[in-house]
Design a protein around this ligand. Structure first.
Ligand code: NIG
Ligand code: FE
Length: 428
């Protein structure tokens, strides 16, 4: 099967010489080919060029031709941070927040992550799989072509394994690449039946017991069954400290799982430093990142990742994304799709919010949501740009003047056609 897309108004994010990520001032550059064609063979990008030097079609067999006059073609978004396997929703907590309660207050009374853990414990693997696959389909139609998915609503050995097995099934079934992250250290479980015997311990001791369980039982089992590529920790007050984070990530490293950190989201807790000490692939959220963290990040290969949807939905202060790029850092954008802090996986919105509020230019935001977010899940050799030999995961927009229209025309449906692995997924 071959696809030829011709008369493309602008082929966006083309790379003659593929890069793993883009940093600092380079992020302002977005290489585009105007009036272009793109050829796809099987599941890969075969070639591209300008219509002026179009070689013509010599072999029409098995060829589908798409005319993209006045439309743009982009590489699919790469979403390097999601929690899309979950049970139920938390709209009542959303209403509680409108009425004045904080995310922290809701968590303290047993809501938040623990609320989702309770719901997940009562939901079958099949139900979890089916609801997550619906969300996968939904985000593919919104332009996402690679995704990372975390566990973390299990919080016991059995339920964390259950989540990771569901993620494994999604990996096998979904048409887009899926990276699995073990997030056992998402919250400390309290009084849940699966941890009988822990109920009478003080909060601190419960946490120590739980970390022990992560280190001695969960991580070894997950590594043995090869259920995750990454290990993540929610480094935050009332959750896990910088020291806890280092302990968990170094144990994960020894078992071959690279680190990720939920860092500096609600306060400055040292998550970035912990991540850097353990050579994490990314540190995510970063609303409370400070100048020292920025200086340390500059000396590392770790990808600072902002999650505009969670900042928006929890009404947090803005991450200093502009400052980070101006300091020479690379920045990635992901959605954080989850039932508590971001019940949306729409990467078009994430890109727009980063432009409007954090003052990223459209070029920076598109780089952040393609090549840099591919890097944040180890996929930038195969995804995140238009380059010969890369996976043919792309989308064709509706008619529009240029790529700045994507963040400009916020919350509108701008995607007309999605191609995944060289196959047409939808044409509106
Ligand atoms: O990335 N910050 C921690 N974890 C999620 C929220 C999880 C939840 O509220 O269910 C996040 O924002
Ligand atoms: Fe998250």
């Amino acid at each position: 099967m071959k696809i030829l897309i011709k008369n493309i108004k602008s082929l966006v994010q083309v790379e003659e010489k593929p890069r793993l990520k883009v940093s600092g001032a380079e992020m302002k550059k977005l290489s585009c080919l105007e009036n272009a064609w793109l050829a796809i063979e099987e599941d890969k990008i075969a070639d591209f060029g300008s219509m002026e030097s179009f070689p013509g079609i010599s072999d029409w067999s098995n060829l589908q031709v798409i005319d993209a006059t006045d439309k743009l073609v982009l590489p699919s978004w790469c979403d390097s941070h999601t929690h899309i396997v979950y049970a139920g929703n938390r709209e009542s907590e959303f209403v509680d927040r409108i009425n004045g309660m904080s995310y922290e207050e809701i968590a303290k009374r047993g809501g938040g992550i623990l609320n989702s853990a309770k719901k997940l414990a009562d939901t079958s693997e099949d139900e979890l799989f089916n609801s997550a696959m619906k969300r996968i389909r939904e985000v593919i139609l919104l332009g996402t072509g690679a995704i990372e998915i975390k566990s973390g609503y299990g919080l016991s050995l059995e339920t964390e394994l259950k989540m990771l097995r569901v993620i494994k099934r999604i990996k096998e079934k979904a048409p887009i690449p899926v990276k699995a992250t073990f997030l056992g250290a998402h919250a400390v479980p309290k009084n849940i039946s699966t941890l009988t015997g822990f109920e009478n311990l003080s909060g601190l001791l419960q946490k120590e017991k739980y970390i022990d369980l992560i280190l001695k039982e969960m991580l070894p089992q997950i590594a043995k069954e090869n259920l995750a590529e990454y290990c993540d920790v929610f480094c935050e007050q009332n959750y896990f400290t910088k020291e806890d984070t280092k302990k968990i990530l170094s144990a994960a490293n020894k078992l071959g799982l690279k680190g990720k950190v939920h860092a500096e989201q609600l306060s400055h807790t040292g998550g970035v430093e912990a991540g850097l000490d353990c050579n994490a692939i990314s540190v995510d959220h970063l609303e409370f990142v400070n100048d020292n963290d920025i200086a340390l990040l500059k000396r590392s290969e770790t990808m600072p990742t902002i999650l505009p949807g969670a900042q928006y939905f929890l009404c947090l202060q803005y991450p200093p994304a502009r400052k980070m790029i101006d300091a020479g850092l690379a920045v990635a954008i992901a959605s954080d799709y989850n039932p508590g802090s971001c019940p949306s996986g729409n990467m078009n919105f994430m890109v727009s919010h980063a432009c409007v509020h954090y003052k990223l230019t459209p070029e920076e935001a598109i780089n952040a949501a393609t090549i840099n977010s591919a890097y944040a899940m180890g996929l930038s050799k195969t995804h995140g740009s238009i380059a010969i030999g890369k996976q043919a995961n792309i989308f064709i927009t509706k008619e529009m003047p240029n790529y700045s229209f994507i963040p400009y025309s916020f919350a509108n449906n701008l995607i007309e056609t999605v191609i995944i692995n060289g196959k047409l997924i939808i044409e509106n």
